[in-house]
Design a protein around this ligand. Structure first.
Ligand code: ADP
Ligand code: MG
Length: 379
């Protein structure tokens, strides 16, 4: 089912009695969610993710804008008539019912022509239980299940009516790290098998990046960027998006464009593509991905080494530079590299494709073509 959000906006009265200002939870959200895709709705706490999901489910009414499921305008439809499946962080299972009864619950409330026989209901419940791999747990009560198993039951319950759209609000946040990883792969598998259009809300960038066909990055109620996860990571439109995606996070420096070079501090670290037109000098934010740094004896960027963190396959080299906006610079270097830890100064070359420039006022991307110093060819 294709889902279209049209100028979707939600404002709340301020929670404080003194202030008359409105809280803009979601502002002018426009997006056509392609049929059968899994969308990761991503952003920091309070950015409007849950509100967006609640508008799509019908639990909340928009202040402005419309929602379509396919051609159908569902903006004023009650949640129970939208054909949605909902899963929340806290499972919300009925504690006194067994797993089977929990899954059957949505089916038992079907009326009129949708009404199912006991036999049909049992079959549907079993099919779904198999899909989410909980068929052995059918007679247990939620209290007798692990968090991961409870969340599977919640997913089964949301899927049993074969919803048109599946909405998941931080479904993995209550699980420990291992289960989180496993359950997110499960969600991806189930989504691929059922091909149900799914919106997955999370504040965890890695989680969103790993399972989504498309990610939508939000901040303060406003969509910042939409795209395939790799494309957004490789080409952030704004400093916010650049900083929000990636671990360790991107390193931001005070930079300058002058003499057809990018300067970090006093050092010319990259060259502007000689084929592009002369660039007027300006100050910029230069954001450098951790994997952009290449250890090089005569590299143009010098930093002060402050430590090395072992990450297994790679090491994270921690250093400082007076032009850095964060106290520490983190660079990812393959563990095979020999690092002379006695030497307090380390020098880096930078991979130009992993360096992004942003306007200092608007924090929007400045698109200039950067290339390596002199020798070129390094990407
Ligand atoms: P998220 O899910 O991304 O953490 P929410 O959608 O829950 O964000 O909230 C977005 C903004 O709207 C926040 O500033 C939040 O405080 C505000 N908000 C949410 N619900 C209400 C409400 N019922 N009344 C007033 N403000 C609200
Ligand atoms: Mg939320």
């Amino acid at each position: 089912m294709e889902v279209t959000l049209q100028d979707l906006t939600k404002t709340y009265p301020s929670r404080s009695k003194k202030s008359r200002e409105l809280v803009v939870a979601v502002k002018d959200f426009n997006f056509k969610i392609p049929d059968g895709t899994l969308i990761g709705l991503l952003g920091p706490s309070g950015c409007g993710k849950s509100t967006t999901l609640n508008l799509i489910s019908g639990l909340q009414k928009p202040t402005k804008g419309k929602i379509f499921f396919g051609e159908e305008d569902v903006t004023n439809l009650l949640p129970e008539h939208r054909g949605i499946g909902l899963v929340f962080q806290n499972y919300a299972l009925y504690p006194h019912l067994t797993v089977k009864q929990n899954i059957l619950f949505p089916l038992e409330n079907l009326k009129g022509k949708d009404k199912l026989s006991k036999q049909e209901m049992a079959e549907k419940a079993m099919d779904i239980a198999k899909l989410v791999q909980i068929e052995e747990l059918m007679d247990r009560k939620p209290g007798e299940l692990s968090g991961g198993q409870q969340q599977r039951v919640a997913i089964a319950r949301a899927l049993v009516k074969m919803p048109r759209v599946l909405l998941l609000d931080e479904p993995l946040s209550n699980l420990d790290a291992r289960l989180r990883l496993q359950t997110r792969e499960e969600i991806r598998r189930i989504q691929k098998e059922t091909k149900i259009t799914t919106i997955f809300v999370t504040h965890d960038q890695e989680e969103a990046m790993s399972i989504s066909d498309l990610i939508v990055v939000m901040n303060k109620g406003i969509v910042q960027q939409i795209g395939n996860p790799q494309a957004v990571y490789d080409n952030p439109d704004s400093l916010f998006v650049a900083k929000f995606l990636g671990t360790p996070p991107i390193n931001v420096f005070e930079g300058q464009i002058k003499n057809q070079h990018l300067y970090i501090g006093e050092e010319a670290v990259l060259q502007l593509d000689p084929l592009t037109k002369e660039h007027t000098p300006r100050k910029v934010f230069a954001a450098v991905r951790p994997e952009a740094f290449v250890l090089k004896e005569d590299g143009p960027l010098s930093c002060k080494l402050s430590g090395v963190e072992v990450m297994g396959r790679d090491v994270s080299v921690v250093s400082t530079n007076s032009a850095s906006l964060t106290p520490k610079i983190r660079s990812i270097i393959s563990a095979e590299n020999k690092l002379e830890t006695a030497n307090p100064v380390i020098r880096f070359a930078l991979r130009p494709k992993k360096v992004f420039l942003f306007d200092k006022e608007t924090e929007k991307r400045i698109y200039v073509n950067l290339v390596s110093q002199s020798e070129g060819g390094m990407a």
